[in-house]
Design a binder for this molecule. Structure first.
Ligand code: ATP
Ligand code: MG
Length: 596
């Protein structure tokens, strides 16, 4: 440490919001260079290399072959798949001196498809899985949470090519199993959830989410143990409601009703029900959203959902991908005079508006919690009025049914096993059965046994290598610092030389050389001018799994203190036994991460 390029900080950087970012910067593992852009310092790079090493071993174990493609790529392949536009502002685009368009790759499906297509043409060449560990670029709208949402970050991306769907499923199964081993070896908890494929396309997809409250994803679990990203969760189909006894719609005056609760209060006073009181869930609230196309233009849409539920823009986006949603502003709403703020009802929207002669009606989407035949109270499209007995399927229809509302604890699971429960998670990996989206786009076929051209099936598989490093810290830290799992720690044992007498210095050096000769990786705090207290704090902050102290105890009793960073009683061991004991501790820790 006397020569290591390292400066630990006493205080956490003020502009970081989560523990892993604060600690990695304080401990001198990384440095922020710009929003979402980080430099790796010596200790941080060692951890990164160890994580990459584990990923490489598990990729090798399933026969995936490593390659390395450029990050700077020409526009054309991304035009072919429409992702040049679909990724919109999320890709960094640039021009060369001849004004040709380039991008910094956010992911590499296009280039791997072309690579395999250019090299291979026969069924005998397949299956093949290629991967790289490479720097990716995404101009994220909100770079945050340190390494978790970077604009430059490191991803392991793998791509499988097979002659048929069966082959694809087999590659997918193997990748998925390799991912489980990777995360176990990294000491990261994960939940595998059914996922939404997004602009990536394809059919089946699952995400690996690290269950952490700082996560931006929400996932739902059923009592039977199935899990879904809420973006991918389909509301179980509702049975139709018999509306034969529902009278025709009529309006009531709801003058000052600004909120759903106000409307319910007015209804219970002005038009009480005979069976029970009106509730928020009897109202159909219509929310105006601005839908943004990747090319920058936008349109207004309205989603209708039960008044006791909240709109969930991410779920709307998942249904209407690649459109991105925001709540419509008053100015945007004013472009459509037929929509009366606070009193928007289905009769002014979509198919109903069209039937009434509105030239370009606002598209209307209904939430999947609205049953065919159910009756609703909704805006009358006139200030101060609402309509009762609006029956879906009789009085109004929509342009589509989507998942528009937030799910609530207690909502039924799609597998019918009981109510859903919810947690937050960080996406640390995703696996996709892409099918033929990319291979068809580039005309990648191979000749089968009979010399006939058959389409190639593709899968793609990503691990957020730098993001998962931050998640390791999220799971393994305390108030004093990091507590690395032994599998990824920059060193296995941190030797603190606590004192500068000749006896202490020579014993510390001797101890370090004994450890090294046993194959143990050591970080040696040999700094002479630093007080022991400061060294102990640094050892806690830096987080090597075993901490050894050679200090006053050695001088007085000939002992060395050994302890685990993440707890337990210190062991005081005669100096001559200390290296052997340290080795046992390291081996024991390693055995906890053995996946075979
Ligand atoms: P997110 O939904 O978090 O934006 P994504 O679904 O767009 O991620 P993928 O295209 O599936 O990401 O990329 C594969 C993996 O790369 C992700 O599972 C994640 O671990 C990692 N990753 C994606 N975006 C970032 C980022 N901005 N910074 C760090 N890692 C990222
Ligand atoms: Mg993803």
């Amino acid at each position: 440490m006397s020569s290591l390029f390292l400066r630990t900080l006493r205080d956490a950087p003020a502009d970081e919001d989560i523990d892993s970012a604060k600690l990695l910067i304080r401990a001198g593992y990384i440095r922020k260079e710009a929003p979402g852009v980080f430099a790796w310092l010596p200790l941080g790079l060692r951890v990164l290399n160890k994580i990459e090493g584990i990923v490489r071993e598990e990729m090798a174990s399933i026969g995936a072959q490593e390659v390395h493609l450029p990050a700077l790529l020409p526009r054309e392949p991304y035009e072919t798949t429409h992702r040049w536009e679909e990724y919109g502002d999320n890709i960094f685009k640039l021009k060369d001196r001849h004004q040709a368009d380039y991008l910094l790759a956010p992911t590499h499906e296009e280039m791997f498809t072309l690579l395999a297509k250019n090299m291979y043409s026969s069924y005998k060449d397949l299956p093949v899985t290629l991967y790289q560990i490479q720097t990716k670029y995404r101009d994220e709208a909100r770079p945050r949470a340190g390494l978790i949402r970077g604009r430059e970050f490191i991803m392991k991306d793998a791509y499988s090519f097979t002659c048929d769907e069966e082959g694809l499923k087999e590659c997918y199964r193997q990748e998925r199993a390799a991912y489980e081993r990777v995360y176990q070896r990294l000491g990261v908890k994960y939940i595998i959830v059914h996922a939404f494929s997004g602009p990536m396309g394809g059919s089946e997809s699952e995400e690996f989410l690290a269950p952490l409250p700082i996560g931006e994803d929400t996932f739902a679990q059923s009592p039977a143990g199935k899990a879904w990203n809420v973006e991918a969760l389909k509301t179980p189909a509702l049975s139709d409601v018999d509306f034969s006894a529902t009278p025709v719609p009529f309006d009531v005056a709801t003058p000052d009703a600004g909120s759903i609760n106000d409307i319910v209060t007015v209804l219970n006073a002005q038009a009480p029900r005979s069976d029970r009181a009106w509730q928020a869930g009897d109202t159909l609230k219509n929310i105006a959203l601005t839908a943004h196309y990747p090319d920058g233009h936008a349109k207004l849409i309205v989603v209708g959902l039960p008044g006791d539920r909240e709109v969930d823009l991410k779920r709307v986006e998942a249904c209407l991908s690649p459109l991105e949603m925001s709540l419509a502003t008053d100015e945007e709403l004013a472009q459509h005079p037929e929509l009366v703020k606070g009193f928007i009802g289905p009769m002014a929207l979509g198919p109903q508006a069209k039937a009434a002669g509105v030239e370009r009606p606002v598209e209307y989407y209904l939430d999947a919690h609205i049953a065919k035949g159910s009756a609703w109270v909704s805006g009358a499209n006139t200030v101060g009025r609402h309509t009762l007995n609006l029956v879906y399927g009789r009085d109004f229809i929509a342009d589509g049914v989507i998942e528009a509302s937030q799910l609530n604890p207690g909502d039924m699971s799609p597998d019918g096993s009981g109510p859903l429960s919810f947690q937050r998670g960080v996406e640390i990996g995703q696996v996709f059965q892409l099918g033929r989206k990319y291979t068809d786009a580039f005309g990648f076929t191979v000749l089968d046994e009979n010399g006939k051209a058959v389409p190639v099936w593709m899968g793609s598989y990503g691990i957020g290598v730098s993001r998962v490093l931050a998640c390791v810290v999220e799971f393994h830290h305390d108030g004093k610092g990091i507590m690395w799992p032994v599998t990824v720690a920059p060193a296995q044992v941190h030797v603190v030389m606590a004192g500068r007498s000749d006896a202490i210095v020579s014993e510390a050096e001797e101890f370090v050389s004994q450890l090294s000769s046993k194959g143990i990786e050591v970080l040696f705090d040999d700094r002479r001018k630093i007080r022991p207290g400061v060294k102990f704090n640094d050892a806690e902050l830096l987080g090597m799994p075993v901490i050894a102290v050679v200090g006053r105890d050695f001088e007085q009793n000939g002992t060395i203190e050994l302890r685990l960073r993440d707890g337990g009683e210190p062991q005081v061991v005669p100096a001559e036994e200390a290296a052997g004991r340290a080795k046992e501790m390291v081996d024991h820790l390693l055995s906890q991460y053995d996946v075979n």
